[in-house]
Write a protein that binds this ligand. Structure first.
Ligand SMILES: [Fe+2]
Length: 184
C-alpha cells in the first residue's frame, strides 16, 4: 500500500474541536523527540478516536491486516528548524500511521513537506493543509520531514494502528533506541 492522501478527514466537528483543544493544551506539556516536540493525546481523545467512524474507515481500508481497535495518538509540533530524518516506524508501537494536519502556517520561503521514499529515487513530498491527511504503512515506507524555515509551523496528529496479522514482520525484533518513535 502506498501513501494515500485523504483530502478531508471524516472527523465530526465535535471531535475535531475536542482534538484541537487537546493539542492546544498538550503543547504546554511537550517532550523533545529528536528535532521536534511531541505530546500524547489525552485518554479521552485516544478513546474517542479509536471508536470514531474515521478509525473504522481506516481499518476497513486494509481488511487483510486486522488493525487494532485501540489507537496510538500523538501530537507532533514542528517549528522553525524542526525536522525528522528518513526512518521507518517501529513495529512494537504501531504499524500503520495516519498523519492528520491540525495547524499549518507557511513562511515566506519555499514550504517544507513530509516526504516518502517510494523507490530508489522516487520521493513523494506532501505539504498537508488543515484537515488533510496521509495514511501509510509506516513500518515499510521510509518517511521524514524537511527542516521548517523561518515563520513556518505545523501541528500534526499521528494516529497509529498496530496489527494482529504480522506475517511479514521482520524477524529481528529488537527494542532499539527508536522504540519511542511517534511518526512524523
Ligand atoms: Fe514515523
Amino acid at each position: 500500500m502506498g501513501p494515500e492522501i485523504i483530502s478531508e478527514v471524516a472527523i465530526d466537528q465535535t471531535l475535531w474541536d475536542a482534538i484541537q483543544e487537546d493539542q492546544s493544551r498538550a503543547r504546554h506539556d511537550v517532550i523533545p523527540h529528536g528535532e521536534r516536540h511531541i505530546a500524547r493525546a489525552s485518554d479521552k481523545i485516544v478513546q474517542a478516536l479509536g471508536a470514531s467512524d474515521f478509525a473504522v474507515s481506516l481499518r476497513a481500508s486494509v481488511p487483510d491486516r486486522n488493525l487494532s481497535q485501540s489507537v496510538y495518538a500523538t501530537y507532533l509540533y514542528y517549528r522553525e528548524g524542526d525536522w525528522v530524518p528518513l526512518h521507518v516506524d517501529d513495529w512494537n508501537i504501531f504499524e500503520f500511521s495516519c498523519l492528520v494536519c491540525l495547524e499549518r502556517t507557511r513562511g515566506s520561503s519555499r514550504p517544507t513537506a513530509t516526504y516518502f521514499l517510494l523507490g530508489r529515487e522516487n520521493l513523494m513530498a506532501l505539504d498537508l493543509n488543515v484537515r488533510e491527511a496521509v495514511w501509510f504503512h509506516g513500518v515499510h515506507i521510509p518517511h521524514g520531514r524537511t527542516p521548517l524555515s523561518e515563520g513556518e509551523s505545523v501541528v500534526l496528529l499521528n494516529l497509529g494502528f498496530s496489527s494482529s496479522s504480522r506475517t511479514d514482520r521482520p524477524h529481528e525484533e529488537k527494542n532499539h533506541p527508536e522504540a519511542t518513535d511517534a511518526g512524523t
